[in-house]
Each structure stands twice: as structure tokens, then as C-alpha cells.
Design a protein around this ligand. Sequence first.
Ligand SMILES: [Mn+2]
Length: 461
Amino acid sequence: MPTNCLKNSDWCKKEFAKTDLGDLRLNRRLASLAQDFNENINKSIYSATKDYNSSKAAYRFFNNPRFNAEDILEPHFERTAERMKEEDAVLAIHDSVVLEFTNHKKMQGLGTIGGHPINKGLLAHNALITSLKGSALGLLSQEVITRKSTGKRAYYRKIPIEEKESIRWLTGLRKVEKRSPKSTTVIHVADREADFYEFINEANELKANYIIRGNWDRKLANCSESVLEVLKKQSIATTINVYLESNGTRKARTAQCEVKFAAILIRPPQYTGSLKNAAVYVVLVKENNPPQGIQGVEWMLLTNLTVDCTEDALKIIDYYKVRWRIEEWHKILKSGCKAEDIQLETKERFDKYFSIVSVISVRLLWITYAAREYPKASCEIFLTKAEWHTLYILTKRSKPPRNMKPFSLKEAAERIAVLGGYRKNNSNSSPGITVIWRGWQTLQNAMNFREAFNDANMLKI
Ligand SMILES: [Mn+2]
């Protein structure tokens, strides 16, 4: 259990305590803005701030050219690194999320986002640190990018990686390696987008561990076969059940998959020039009998972690499955924080706003999964006494007994989720991220009422 968790209602102050924006007032403004957004995660800047003056101050803060989004995130990166020190090994999950602002006609600094050329937006590339089991410890890198249209593919291949958009994956890798405590092993995890030779090469150069999903079958350096041809000849190591969450296009289901693994040597594509061959382990997860008309699971996982036995292969699969956390975090940013609805006129202003809500939403992700990883821990690691008392009253409709002990983390998360519409249907189920952020918002509203009634001397609880 990380003892240096993001704690109770003071956590905004603590998380941003080491902020140095060059002016004390700015540092304080940041902490109070973070507090406002934390209490109003789905609201506009106007309605999240307390009054006209504070919303004016918020806009002034975002307009201030003397600091940038990375200055805001710096103290959070440091806190994340501190939390990492308590783990022997962690995952650094890298991924990009598209933020669409097509209807924000006045916003400057937008780029293409794919699809129709009329669609405009930004691309946020992040590295989310989690425990090996998937509790979020924080971010260690964030970059918001304006995409340019890339032109012809053949030409694009030839330009050096430093000028390509995919440089963001290397930048993320370098930043995480630089900011990580030396005592903690970091395993970088990414989806198919990171399957390009420069990424694998860079990880090897930095002596960084990676697990990425292969995007295509390739010929090997030391024989005439391809990766999949080599795997075809391998015997099945084991069979596993993979639970697939529902997403926009598929229903949730459990897929029965066979697992194979092999050690291979891959070679750089010609256009990269003089890069060295790379020794890689490949783990294949392939669904046996996918339902009719549905494309079966087929993950070709590439890693530089040693895979000598079935146990090693299963570990790689388990770590890769945690990658899904970053997709859930994207969901909180978009559906929970409604980051795409925010009205700011330039990319620079948006970047600053985005860095703050990113930190807040990572905490909600942490609550969701810490409750599963450490169910018996006290809820006081993320709720104040007033908060869990209020949670008791809201969900029990009665007064908390005297000398009542704080809820366990699991029970508190479940009660928050109930406020967000969660109905437990079997004893093994745990609430997901959507009901948690909705419930969190309800609890924060209740805290506001409670404070107002207390201030008005109309309520003593
Ligand atoms: Mn992706």
C-alpha cells in the first residue's frame, strides 16, 4: 500500500505544494483552481469557480505567458516519482488521446485530428504510471500536440524520426526514464502505435524495459521466416481466458486464447540507416474460436523482458492488460471532466487547464483501482472525516454511530459509486470509473451544501 497516496481534501494543496510559477500568488492560485476543479469536475471554468472575481482570476491565470503547462505539472511529476519509490516495479503506460474542438471556431493553435479535414483538435500524449496491478500513481509526462497534415506516405517515411510526429513516443520514453527514481524498475507499455523500430531501438539504448503490441508481421534478421511463421511452429504454452471489456464496437466477452512465445531477432528497416538489430521476445495471445462474424483476439506482444517460460509469458500478458487503464483515464477526461467543452481561445491556455484536470482525473482513477488492490485499507487515505461521514449519511440515511471507524477503501468506493448510480449485482463485481466520477461529483456537491448550512449555523453535524 503506498503510504504517500494522494490524501483527503488537502491533497490539491499537497499535490501542487512544490509549484514554482515564479510568484507566490500564482502558486496559490493554482492550488485553489485545482481545488475548484476537483469539486466541480464536469463544469465550465465559470461555474467551477466560486464567483465572478475568481473566474476572472482563473482566465488571467490561463492567459499568463510567464509559465507553461509543464511548470504546472512539475510538482505532480515529483510526487509521482515519490510514490514510485514505494514500489519495486511499475508500469509506464504511454498513449495518445484526440481532443476534438471542431465547433470551437475561435480557438487558435488547433490541428488536424484525422477523419474529415474539417475536424480540428489537439493530440495529448501521456505517460501514466501504475502499480503492476494497475493502481494509478500519477503522470510522468504530458505533451499536447498540434498535428499537421502529414503529406505523402513515401515522403514521410524518409524524413528523420526527430521531425516526425511519432517522436512523441520517444520523448515520452526519455522523460519517464529521466524522471523515474533509480530504485524502481519501470516497464513501458504501449499499443500498436509504438511499434516502429526507432521506439524499440531507443528503449534498448536507454536500457529501458518495454512491452508493446506488434502492429505487423515482419521478416526476421537471422532467418527467412517472419515472426508469425516462427510462432506457428512453436507449441502452445498454455491456454487462458481473457476478459474483454465492452467498448464502442464490441460487447464484453471472455475469449479463450492460446499462448505461445519465442525469442527472435529483428532488423531495422532500411530507411533508418545504421540502427542495430534488436533481440526481442514475442508473446502471442490468440483466440481459439472467436464468435462468428467477430474478429478474434490476436495480440502479438513484443518485449525486451526475458520470456523463458510460461510464467514469464503470462506476466507479460498481465502487464499489457493494465494498458487499458489509460483508456479509462481518457474516458474520465472526456466524459467526466468534459475537457473538450472547455472554452479557451488558444492552445497554450488550454494546455494549462488540461494539465490541472489531468492530475485530478488521475486521482479518480486511483480511487477506483486502489479500492480493488487494497480493499481493506482505511478510506481516510483519500477522504476526510467530514467526507466519509457525509457519505454515510447520504447512503444510509442515518446518523453515523459514535466512535465509528472509517470505511474500508472498498466500502467507501462502493458507496461513492452508489451515489453515481452503481447497483451491485454480484458479490465479486467492483464499480467502474464512470460511476465513481459521477458519485464523486455528488459527494462534492453534498459537501458544498454541508458547508453552506454549517456556515449559516443551520446545521450541526
Ligand atoms: Mn493508442
